[in-house]
Design a binder for this molecule. Structure first.
Ligand SMILES: C[S@@+](CC[C@H](N)C(=O)[O-])C[C@H]1O[C@@H](n2cnc3c(N)ncnc32)[C@H](O)[C@@H]1O
Length: 330
């Protein structure tokens, strides 16, 4: 067997959930047999879904990824100087593409640190880890495979030294507000003394730009959304006619959130053998597959405060399009 020359700097482990995490079967039972029908967004991210998310990030409409990357590129040195991390722990790291700005800053400033990506999408994370150890000669990557909704207390990150916890991509916006607060509280509990948190959050803006960002002309977001039905067909033997569903992205101004929905194209019956039942979908009936909350400076401050965190720096994109926040324990 041929081993990469960098293999000893990339290790991985599975993170056992610290509390019960619902299975796909339970989530499908809970979400599809009720109205409105819903599915949790974590099931988007099989290998195909993870690749589709990367393709979304390249579309002209999807400004959040580009804008966050530009903020990281501009401010990475300042972030690393302030946070002075011995370890970077990244939740929902995906391809780690934007994290490279932080690693480049570590490189420039002569501050090597360990990298701990944590993601459900093992294939994407391990490919990214292999590329990172090849590109950064000093870097050790410990990939954590698991579901962060199962808690953070079981992470094998026991080493001394400051940690910077990184949560990019506006992914915290995919949590319902109470869950986002609980997640941030859990992060705050994990933080010791001078540990820092770097979180990226998308901002409220005009409806047309928001809805276009989640409904690109090339249909990448549509394919990503429909992929969750393919996951159900493959994993649960469900019978969704995937190609007959239409993608829809709607901004709900009252809730300040984008909703991604899948709309049935015609009346049909979907067999769900793993649940020992079926559902009858009417033409036009929708399944809510993802919410993405958008923030204002005031709602950001309130969210951090309620979680026991204090904002230390707010890096804001021109026009207030996006916020990158550095915080510590209050
Ligand atoms: C919106 S993408 C962001 C990816 C990357 N951080 C970025 O900014 O481009 C969300 C990432 O979180 C991961 N993810 C989603 N739900 C998760 C969960 N419950 N536990 C762990 N990772 C999760 C996905 O696999 C995906 O890589």
């Amino acid at each position: 067997m041929l081993l990469s020359p960098h293999a000893n700097r990339l290790v991985s482990s599975r993170v056992a959930p610290a509390r019960p995490v619902s299975s796909l079967l339970e989530d499908a039972r809970h979400g599809l047999l009720q109205r409105p029908r819903t599915l949790p967004p974590k099931y988007f991210y099989d290998d195909r879904g993870s690749r589709l998310f990367e393709a979304i990030c390249q579309t002209p409409e999807y400004y959040p990824s580009r804008t966050e990357a530009a903020l990281l590129s501009a401010h990475a040195d300042s972030i690393i100087e302030q946070a002075a991390p011995a370890h970077l722990l990244e939740l929902g790291s995906g391809s780690s593409r934007k994290t490279r700005h932080l690693l480049d800053a570590c490189d420039r400033l002569g501050r090597p640190c360990g990298y701990w990506p944590f993601d459900v999408s093992a294939g994407m994370m391990l490919d990214a880890g292999a590329a990172l150890v090849a590109d950064y000669a000093w870097l050790h990557v410990h990939a954590l495979i698991g579901d962060y909704t199962g808690g953070l207390s079981g992470l094998p990150l026991r080493q001394a030294g400051r940690r910077l916890i990184v949560f990019l991509g506006g992914t915290l916006g995919n949590f319902e507000p109470a869950d986002a607060r609980a997640m941030l509280r859990e992060i705050a509990t994990l933080m010791r003394g001078d540990d820092g948190l770097l979180v990226g959050l998308d901002r409220v803006k005009d409806r047309a730009r928001l809805e276009a960002a989640y409904d690109d002309a090339d249909g990448m977001t549509a394919a990503f959304n429909g992929n969750v039905l393919s996951v159900l067909n493959r994993e649960l033997g469900a019978g969704f006619p995937v190609d007959t569903y239409r993608h829809r992205a709607v901004f709900d101004e009252n809730k300040a959130r984008i909703e991604m929905r899948l709309v049935a194209g015609h009346d049909h019956r979907v067999q769900l053998p793993a649940l020992d039942t079926h559902i009858d979908m009417q033409a036009g009936e929708e399944i809510l597959t993802e919410v993405s909350y958008k923030f204002t400076p005031a709602s950001i401050e309130a969210l951090l405060r309620e979680a026991g965190l204090t904002l230390t720096r707010h890096y804001e994109a021109d026009g207030g399009d996006y916020s990158l926040l550095l915080a510590k324990r209050a």
